[in-house]
Design a protein. Structure first.
Length: 261
């Protein structure tokens, strides 16, 4: 007879795998909030930093194909996986992301200056200093404990200030604008309407470049919209569940322009 642990493991592997990718700063804590919601319906896998790291996580989990969710910097990695390794991607969700290149819409100068100085701050201080830029003002005023939860989640993992420079260098160099047509996976683009790090037009332009992509702006949400607007994660779950019901291997290259919700 199999043990209860074995049964639990079997049930876990029966759930569709979802690879969640994020940045290394406070958005990593926000991504853990998303992962907590996804865990009720999916087998959640997490990776940081590079395409190779992400593929290694999939291989280690025995996941030939997975839904791929990229938040913030993780969206750049998710795009590269979808373009370079389409056979590994069941569906794609890009949240608070940009295609870079000619489709990139820059933040205001003071915010760009702050991001450029972030690596100079002690790691934990940098998390707290990022708060006014990542969340809407209403969250800071009325729901500060949620922000505290995101920071506490982030602090469960090691912080390396030197990694900020490396991540920012990769983010600045990211340019998938001319290669978005190579994304064949069903795609959902979610973006906070009040995002100050990556203004919302980044999401619109990103969705416009991917055939058939659905663009969903999030009113009242900033770069960390999963915390600002917890209900926005339901859109993500519904999308992933819908594409989990499709037969494996049935996704074909889609046609048409992006839709705006």
């Amino acid at each position: 007879m199999r043990s209860g642990v074995s049964d639990a493991g079997a049930r876990s592997h029966a759930r569709p795998p979802v690879l969640v990718l994020s940045g290394i700063g406070l958005t990593a804590g926000v991504a853990l909030r998303m992962s907590a919601v996804l865990e009720s319906s999916f087998r959640v896998l997490a990776a940081l930093a590079t395409v190779d790291d992400a593929l290694a996580v999939l291989d280690g989990a025995g996941a030939e194909r997975a839904h791929v969710v990229g938040l913030s910097f993780g969206g750049a990695i998710a795009q590269e996986i979808a373009i370079g390794h389409p056979e590994r991607v069941r569906s794609l969700v890009l949240a608070s992301s940009t295609a870079g290149g000619e489709r990139y819409v820059p933040a205001e100068r003071p915010i760009r200056d702050f991001l450029g100085r972030l690596a100079e701050l002690p790691a934990e201080e940098g998390l707290w200093a990022s708060v006014p830029y990542l969340y809407v003002a209403a969250t800071c005023r009325r729901h500060a404990p949620l922000i505290g939860e995101d920071i506490a989640r982030r602090l469960t993992r090691p912080l390396d200030p030197r990694s900020y420079d490396r991540q920012h260098a990769v983010a600045r160099a990211h340019d998938a604008a001319s290669r978005l047509a190579g994304i064949a996976a069903p795609t959902l683009v979610l973006h906070g309407e009040e995002d100050r790090i990556l203004p919302v037009d980044n999401g619109r332009r990103l969705a416009d470049g991917i055939a058939g992509a659905q663009f969903v702006p999030v009113p009242g949400g900033a770069h960390a919209f999963p915390t600002d607007v917890p209900g926005a994660t339901r859109e993500l779950v519904s999308f992933l569940l819908a594409h989990s019901r499709r037969r494996a291997g049935s996704a074909a290259r889609r046609t048409g322009r992006a839709t705006r919700a």
